[in-house]
Design a protein around this ligand. Structure first.
Ligand code: 6CS
Ligand code: FE
Length: 297
């Protein structure tokens, strides 16, 4: 399918046969240091790099409670077989992710409104926020599979109808995230440019992409260009380490052949001024457990 890039949508993607890199036309930080809790240097670093790693937001006991809840969700019989539970590709006994945890779990329901993360999200996004998506990624030892390189926003724009880049993810490490067990890889400064991907989104793409994503994945030339400019960073740290990253920061992670699991809980905050419209990829909207269209105020 070859159609001319539309001038109406600065973030059109999967509509042309050749990839491209176009500029971001939205701010990164919408608030200011005066709004707190991040100080000027933290906001400046987030704006420049596209992510910020904080090591001391949650106490060990809290993280242990989150980790126990993650274990409960994974073992919960009534959840098995539900759409929110994503199994690893080719391993129907290995849970890869559980989505919608802010609604399935009282503990993560409270975490979603915890000022220590929601307050930072409001400051960066410059408005009230709501949870666009929540999930736990398990990445079990020995069998945890990779997450291909991608910009979340490219998927959320094309498949969920997220209009502009005014959202962010907050990833809380529930286990050690080391160089050995498949840590989150981020490309610094990649949030400032948008990679136009090729390929036509398959029907009900999420049934495949949440297991192993192949559409909305940048081409190697574009990815290399982003890395040449910004380098690579792996978000290593102990349990309780929190990574805030912009919706358009290029990221991914390798497989986990170590004996140690790499579990993270993700809360994705969207500005209330950026609520979902019809998917820009002109495809049916994804289900509520992946992309919230009824945000709780
Ligand atoms: O499609 C999505 O919304 C999900 N996919 C990835 C690889 N990251 C964001 C989100 O979990
Ligand atoms: Fe992602």
């Amino acid at each position: 399918m070859t159609t001319a890039p539309t001038n109406l949508d600065p973030y059109a993607s999967r509509h042309v046969d050749t990839p491209a890199i176009v500029p971001r036309v939205d701010p990164v930080v919408y608030g200011s240091a005066a709004d707190g809790p991040l100080d000027e240097s933290q906001l400046t670093a987030y704006e420049a790099q596209g992510f910020l790693v904080l090591g001391d937001l949650f106490g060990n006991d809290e993280v242990a409670t989150f980790a126990a809840e993650v274990g409960r969700l994974r073992a919960c019989d009534e959840l098995r077989g539900r759409a929110e539970v994503i199994m690893e590709p080719g391993a129907d006994d290995q849970v890869r992710s559980v989505f919608y945890v802010h609604e399935l779990s009282q503990i993560f329901n409270r975490l979603a409104v915890d000022e220590r993360i929601a307050g930072i999200a409001r400051q960066i996004l410059g408005s009230d926020v709501y949870v666009h998506q929540s999930r736990v990624n398990y990445k079990p030892g020995f069998t945890g599979k990779p997450f291909n390189w991608h910009s979340d926003f490219e998927t959320w724009h094309i498949e969920d109808g997220m209009p502009r880049m005014r959202a962010l993810s907050c990833a809380i490490a529930l286990t050690e995230n080391s160089e050995f067990n498949g840590p989150l890889f981020l490309v610094p400064k990649s949030h400032l440019r948008y990679v136009v991907c090729v390929g036509e989104t398959p029907g009900e793409h999420y049934k495949q992409s949440l297991k192993d994503q192949h559409y909305g994945v940048p081409d190697e030339t574009s990815l290399t260009e982003l890395v040449d400019r910004g380098g690579l960073c792996s978000a290593k740290g102990g349990p309780g380490t929190v990574v805030f990253f912009d919706c358009n920061t290029m990221h991914g992670s390798g497989g986990n052949i170590s004996p140690f699991p790499r579990s993270n809980v993700f809360m994705v905050f969207n500005s209330v001024h950026n609520q979902l419209q019809a998917p820009f990829g002109q495809i049916p909207p994804r289900p509520e457990y992946i992309a919230s269209r009824k945000p709780r105020q």
